[in-house]
Design a protein around this ligand. Structure first.
Ligand code: ADP
Ligand code: ASP
Ligand code: MG
Length: 423
């Protein structure tokens, strides 16, 4: 008998019919003799709809405690309906809010981090032969308030629950048949990847492949939780995310491209003419971090205006553009730099795969493919298993398709996107 955590995303439970289909799937896994804990997201676009509602009530940013209270309601609706659907099929089921399931978080509303998972009630339900359903994306803070884990956070709930229950596998059910070499909504000929290492998955998730919440992948690595990403709409095998890549003789020394991730919601800030002295980068970057904005790619070079100064450019989430610019402007007098420039609508393409660094041809092929597609590269960064480039957002989707083809990743068949709006 295995213990399985099954997580269903919003598109898998978008309406009553979908909910009943998911219930069937849960019940058949249970009837095969497994213990089953389910994590469920809000139905369809409920979270976005609740955010829109809040925006109609308050002109500015809503009070964060109340926003979390509001958003957590989306997952409550799903968990109760799914429990009813499973009961109807003759299997006892009990739903639990994040708080009831023992998801204890810190107090940072909107992006709370899990501190501890105490799944006693979930465990008791499983031991009594029932199915436990846990609301994803939410927890209870050390101050006893309801918190949420950030958009896409139900994946993290699922992995954390799987780790706490010592589950055999955490199955992530979504609206595509697994992890593909690129987002199938952008590249219809994307190829499904059957197995991927956790490191490659981390790079894909960190650089925009929203199929998995980054923190879920980090958690899975830390607690060695096997992940199986698959569709709730089909019986396809999906993608297994493994701790070590299975090497075969012919692939051993080859650079292996596992996929292309893209992120179309970035902005770029440049502080121009910073006096070239030790500590300058630390001050600039420190100020942005202190404002709560996470910096992604950083480039420093000799200023275009003179040789005594340098320019520092970095990318940030587009939504944080104004906050980051204000944080840098506040330093302008003290540091004596010339100007702060901001570009919104910046896109990032990341090519992920093992053996990148030791195979210089990968970078040159990537740049050549972008040049052929007429895409201008604004920034470049590399890691052992990734090369990322920054370009204009308007060029991004074309760039992803061109690079996908240049690296021979196109499949014969088109990938199926079963549902969801991709929001
Ligand atoms: P869920 O509602 O199940 O959590 P998400 O919308 O969060 O689903 O994630 C699934 C979506 O992720 C897919 O519909 C697809 O558009 C997108 N996606 C982005 N990159 C990839 C990729 N490399 N492989 C598969 N899907 C991807
Ligand atoms: N419902 C939340 C969201 O839309 C959490 C999730 O779906 O993972 O972001
Ligand atoms: Mg998701």
């Amino acid at each position: 008998m295995a213990l399985i955590v099954m997580k269903f995303g919003g598109s898998s439970v978008a309406d009553a019919e979908a909910m009943l289909r998911v219930a069937q799937r849960v019940v058949s896994t249970h009837r095969e003799g497994n213990q089953v804990a389910v994590v469920v997201s809000a139905m369809g676009d409920t979270t976005d709809d609740l955010l829109d509602l809040a925006a109609q009530i308050t002109p500015g940013p809503p009070p964060e405690r109340e926003l979390d209270m509001l958003l957590s309601a989306g997952e409550r609706i799903s968990m109760a309906l799914l429990a009813m659907a499973i009961e109807r099929l003759g299997v006892p089921a009990k739903s639990f809010t994040g708080a009831q399931a023992g998801m204890v978080t810190d107090t940072s509303h909107g992006h709370a981090r899990l501190l501890e998972v105490q799944p006693e009630r979930v465990r008791a339900t499983l031991d009594a032969g029932g199915v436990a359903i846990v609301a994803g994306f939410q927890g209870i803070s050390t101050d006893d308030d309801i918190t949420t884990l950030g958009r896409g956070g139900s994946d993290t709930t699922a992995v954390a629950l799987a780790a706490a229950l010592d589950a055999d596998v955490c199955e992530i059910y979504t609206d595509v048949d697994g992890l593909y070499t690129a987002d199938p909504r952008i590249v219809p000929t994307a190829r499904r990847v059957t197995r991927l290492t956790i490191e490659e998955t981390l790079e894909m998730a960190a650089h925009g492949a929203k199929i998995l919440h980054l923190r879920a992948v980090e958690y899975a690595r830390r607690f060695t939780v096997p992940l199986h990403v698959r569709s709730s709409f089909s019986d396809q095998e999906g993608t297994w995310i493994l701790v070590g890549r299975p090497l075969t003789e012919d692939t051993m020394e080859e650079p292996i491209i596992s996929g292309i991730a893209h992120d179309k919601s970035l902005g770029k800030v440049t502080a121009v003419g910073i006096p070239d002295r030790p500590g300058a980068a630390a001050t600039v970057v420190g100020a942005v971090a202190k404002a709560g904005v996470s910096i992604d790619m950083i480039v420093q070079n000799v200023s275009t205006s003179d040789a005594e100064t340098s320019d520092i450019s970095f990318t940030i989430p587009e939504a944080d553009g104004q906050t980051a610019v204000a944080a840098i402007r506040a330093l302008q007098d003290e540091m004596g730099f010339a100007d702060v420039l901001y570009t919104s609508h910046v896109g990032k393409l990341s090519l992920v795969g093992a053996g990148m660094r030791s195979n210089p041809s990968v970078a040159s092929e990537l740049f050549a493919a972008l040049a052929d597609a007429g895409v201008n590269i604004e920034m470049i960064s590399t890691s052992e298993i990734r090369i990322s480039v920054i370009c204009d957002q308007a060029d991004l989707e074309r760039a992803v398709r061109a690079v996908h083809t240049a690296f021979d990743l196109d499949a014969e068949e088109q990938a199926v996107v079963y549902g969801g709006t991709g929001r």
